[in-house]
Design a protein around this ligand. Structure first.
Ligand code: ADP
Length: 267
């Protein structure tokens, strides 16, 4: 990895860019999974990433909050370098504490809801604000109730995950992420594990967040959501961004043959 600190300033765009990757490279062994990705998300934007299975979408999301270590390139979140810091003109790996701080500012919603099974919906939501952010419990509980209401689960605060449907569990997971007051939300195929009739209720919450101006990146197979909600659609194939633009462009008269082929298979 090139660790020279020479080209990492972008003051002009710092105020508007929430995510910026520069020539991001990620390999698993000999398999290049991200091959020079320049990916940008402006503050307040909802960006949807689409593309065939195995094209690198999930890995891109996981790199953004350093769940995966990158092999080359740079990632900035809100102007801050991810996973590395400058020391004597070189890049060195950042401390665990700084990486944990970064993660606490990014909400990550997984395909599998990953709720604590032995905690109620409310307890799931208040855990991190109390133990990571050290906020006072009564304040956190009050906010958790507001968030449960927001995701349509005001009456489920005492329910344990096994008593909730997949869609309800995923909505608790979204409320749990929001409880940390994230500056960015990442959704990794948040509806793929759900029965079809439960997909809509989760997409509705995601749509509402986008309309409220939450900065988000969603990897999804839901093309209707991409078309209706995204400000910007990114099409990935074989470890690269092949095409990107507003949904009208991608779903309208896109010129790229790989994009057209993909869309003709999924629409
Ligand atoms: P997508 O989200 O577009 O389906 P992924 O990012 O999940 O794609 O995967 C991209 C490629 O990286 C695939 O070839 C996958 O097998 C590989 N891959 C993903 N995670 C790992 C891992 N932890 N170890 C090895 N290979 C991986």
């Amino acid at each position: 990895m090139n660790t020279d600190v020479t080209t990492n300033d972008f003051e002009g765009s710092q105020n508007v860019e929430m995510v910026r990757t520069e020539q991001l490279v990620k390999r698993f062994g000999d398999n290049i999974v991200l091959n020079g990705i320049d990916f940008h998300v402006k503050r307040g934007q909802a960006v949807v990433v689409i593309g065939p299975s195995g094209s690198g979408k999930t890995t891109l999301l996981r790199c953004l909050n350093h769940l995966e270590k990158i092999d080359d390139g740079r990632i900035y979140i809100d102007g801050q370098l991810v996973g590395y810091r400058e020391e004597k003109g070189r890049l060195v790996e950042d401390s665990e504490a700084n990486i944990a701080r970064l993660r606490s500012q990014i909400g990550f919603v997984f395909q599998r809801f990953n709720l604590f099974a032995h905690k109620t919906a409310l307890e799931n939501i208040i855990e991190a604000p109390i133990h990571v952010l050290r906020q006072p419990k009564d304040q956190v509980v009050e906010r958790a109730r507001v968030l449960l209401d927001k995701v349509g689960l005001a009456d489920k605060e005492d329910a344990y995950p096994h008593r909730l449907s997949g869609g309800q569990q995923q909505r608790v997971a979204i409320a749990r992420a929001l409880a940390m007051n994230p500056k960015l939300m990442l959704f990794d195929e948040a509806t793929s594990a759900l029965d079809p009739e439960l997909v809509g209720e989760v997409l509705k919450v995601m749509r509402q967040l986008a309309e409220e101006g939450m900065t988000m990146v969603a990897v999804t197979h839901e093309m209707g959501f991409a078309r209706d909600v995204a400000d910007h659609v990114v099409f990935m194939d074989k470890a690269q961004i092949v095409e990107q633009g507003p949904p009208e462009q991608i779903f309208g008269e896109c010129e790229n043959e790989r994009t057209r082929n993909f869309l003709s298979r999924v629409l």
